[in-house]
Design a protein around this ligand. Structure first.
Ligand code: A3P
Length: 345
């Protein structure tokens, strides 16, 4: 009898416990959903004091709600019409440089309520097949946005591909162009590391960085090696300047975006004529990752994927010095043209 009562009591406790846990889980999920779909927590209190409002705050609410759903293809035509959503051609493009921090820059700019990112690299202007599909194909690749928002895409191959400046000019001659650069030797090693990882994944062997970067016949820097060529920023920029005035470019310091992103983002906001909206609240340092991560609101935050921030192989210091010397005159020219100086060796 006593056993029976105890069993009954245990059963009741189990049911009550399950109900309590279930309710808590439901509430957590619900708060998450609410925050994404119809934020109840006043967004104003989370933003720094600002100048007269130019961007409706509802935009922020929709950014993690409706626009997200739309991207997943869940929105109805009625919702699109009702909210006056459009797919707009980009008004700014992050054209490069590969391994400069292009993904981090795009994701961080996307924190701004007036910016909507194209998540994928579209490769419209550098890929002949895509380009042949025409501008409407490109537009259809763009995310939904409100008419007052600006769409930004990034495809780092644009910076180094010969045909791209003319093609972008034909689409929009007043487009804003963002270039994020890192110290050229570090960037080249980062580029190498990415390719190396791809080879290793396919169980392929690959040369050491030193062997690729230095011509074994001449012992000089191997300018045929793509990772070296990409880091000669001024050579590529000069091709772009045949089409666009220098004022249409903004250079982002990719090394500072890693260590102290906010000031770099504020410079971009200014360049894009956007009110300053990205704040320290939106960026927090994650010690485990060793990088800044993004905070959209109290519920939603994210770090970049593990493929961003790889450990670089050690490179022979004499090769590093040789490369730094090689890049030096090109860097000087780059500073001169862009008006942005870095403390690269
Ligand atoms: P490494 O992998 O060499 O460290 P891209 O997006 O153009 O491929 O650039 C990748 C680089 O972005 C990474 O290079 C990393 O250093 C840099 N980066 C800048 N900010 C970052 C961030 N917040 N999280 C992760 N990587 C970041």
């Amino acid at each position: 009898m006593l056993f029976k009562q105890q069993a009954l009591l245990r059963q009741k406790l189990f049911v009550l416990g399950s109900l309590a846990i279930g309710s808590v889980l439901y509430l957590v999920a619900r708060v998450g959903t609410l925050d994404r779909l119809q934020p109840i927590c006043p967004i104003e209190s989370r933003l720094p004091p600002s100048e007269p409002e130019q961007i409706p705050l509802r935009t922020l609410q929709f950014k993690r709600g409706l626009l997200h759903e739309l991207r997943k293809g869940n929105a109805t035509k009625e919702q699109i019409r009702l909210h006056n959503l459009v797919q707009q051609l980009p008004r700014a493009i992050i054209i490069g440089v590969r391994k400069g921090g292009t993904r981090a820059l795009l994701e961080m700019l996307n924190l701004h309520p007036a910016v909507v990112k194209a998540s994928q690299e579209i490769h419209f202007f550098d890929n002949d097949q895509n380009y042949a599909r025409g501008i409407d194909w490109y537009r259809e690749k763009m995310p939904f946005s409100f008419p007052h928002q600006i769409t930004i895409e990034k495809s780092p191959a644009y910076f180094i591909t010969e045909e791209v400046p003319e093609r972008i000019f034909k689409m929009n001659s007043s487009i804003k162009l963002l270039i994020i650069v890192r110290e050229p030797t570090t960037r080249a090693v980062s580029d190498y590391t990415q390719v190396l990882e791809g080879k290793e994944r396919k169980n392929k062997t690959y040369h050491k960085f030193e062997k690729l970067a230095i011509d074994s016949n001449t012992c000089e820097v191997n300018t045929k090696y793509k990772a070296v060529r990409t880091s000669i920023y001024t050579k590529h920029l000069e091709r772009w300047l045949k089409y666009f005035p220098v004022e249409q470019f903004h250079i982002v310091d990719g090394d500072r975006l890693i260590t102290d992103p906010l000031p770099e983002l504020q410079l971009v906001e200014r360049f894009l004529n956007l009110p300053s909206r990205i704040s320290q609240y939106n960026l927090y340092f994650n010690a485990t990752r060793g990088f800044y991560c993004l905070r959209f609101n109290i519920v939603f935050n994210k770090c970049l994927a593990g493929s961003k921030g790889r450990i670089h192989p050690e490179v022979d210091p004499s090769v590093v010095t040789k490369l730094q010397k090689f890049f030096h005159p090109f860097n000087q020219k780059f500073y001169q043209i862009t008006g942005r100086t870095f403390s690269w060796p």
